[in-house]
Design a protein around this ligand. Structure first.
Ligand SMILES: [Fe+2]
Length: 315
């Protein structure tokens, strides 16, 4: 439940505001001055603070200043509700990092709307921040694999970009694109089970080594199973070596039996592999790479996706 800390020395006004907000489904804690509010803030970790300015013991400015100095209080939405309309008060409030400044007397819809807007904004920012942090962590993880495999330098980043372009061109939903980024970055994470001697080998792999190499999609999928926000990216990891004609691995799925995530990644992964130096072949140009995709559409690659990739490829 969303918690709001209400700070107001006028008991009647406090009760009025509490009633309005409780009716909206918020959980309230109330304080008659800044000092009590500060203790309550530490104890109850509210999601938003609404405070009067003129109060005994500790005024609203001092309260805001103290809250903004605490790590838990840096980003918490803070609203002033005050009868003071002097420009200097508003300026000081802004300087201290207030999120909104409402004037008394207030009306109920105005208060409710201000609270809702601030909470929505905070939630959006939180999701964005968390996502950025996850992407960075995951990229770091993928880079660890890359450094063990010297022939794939930059591969993860290029695959991410190419996959994103293709999915965008195919009109995939924005929420799917968000998962795709994780999938594209992590597609080869299972290579952690392949010894670096095998990854760095310049000659052809023997049967044992290939067997190990071909286990990387399943090994990667298993790693992601235990992480809630990465689990939706498993199809990218698990199916990126399946081929349209059924000759891929690990399952030998044919055509649309392979989830679309795998079919999409197979194209961009193969294209990037062809156009970069690898131990077992020299790279070809982007034009030649696109010609290879064209030649193999309907054989290795989903023909519709391959067409779209060729049409919309950006270097
Ligand atoms: Fe792979």
């Amino acid at each position: 439940m969303t918690k709001i800390l209400l700070v107001e020395d006028d008991a009647l006004l406090m009760e009025l505001m509490a009633n309005i907000l409780e009716e909206e489904g918020y959980e309230l804690s109330c304080a008659p001055n800044g000092k009590v509010a500060l203790d309550l803030f530490v104890a109850s970790r509210p999601d938003l603070v609404i405070s009067d300015i003129m109060m005994p013991e500790m005024d609203g400015f001092e309260l805001l200043r103290s809250i903004r100095m605490m790590p838990a209080g840096i980003t918490v939405p803070f609203l002033f509700l005050s009868a003071r309309t002097e420009r200097s008060d508003v300026t000081l409030a802004r300087k201290l990092g207030v999120d909104d400044y409402l004037f008394k007397p207030f009306d109920a819809p105005e208060l409710v709307e201000a609270v809702r807007a601030r909470l929505d904004r905070r939630r959006t920012l939180e999701i964005f921040d968390t996502r950025a942090a996850h992407l960075q962590t995951v990229t770091m993880l993928a880079n660890v694999i890359e450094t063990r495999d010297p022939y794939t330098a930059g591969h993860v980043e290029r695959v991410r970009r190419l996959a994103l372009n293709l999915a965008f061109a195919l009109d995939w939903a924005p929420s799917d694109l968000a998962i795709l980024e994780f999938g594209a970055i992590l597609h080869d994470i299972g290579k952690i089970i392949v010894p670096s001697g095998v990854l760095k080998k310049t000659g052809p792999l023997d049967e044992e080594e290939w067997k190990l190499m071909r286990q990387h999609p399943q090994a990667g999928a298993k790693m992601l199973e235990g992480v809630d926000h990465l689990r939706p990216a498993i199809p990218y990891v698990l199916y990126h070596h399946e081929l349209w004609n059924g000759n891929g691995y690990p399952f030998g799925l044919k055509g649309e039996q392979t989830p679309r995530e795998g079919r999409l990644l197979a194209i961009v992964d193969a294209f990037d592999a062809m156009t970069t130096n690898r131990p077992y072949h020299f790279c070809i140009s982007a034009e030649e790479g696109l010609a290879e995709i064209e030649k193999n559409k309907g054989i290795y690659f989903d023909p519709d996706m391959a067409d779209m990739f060729i049409r919309t490829y950006k270097p």
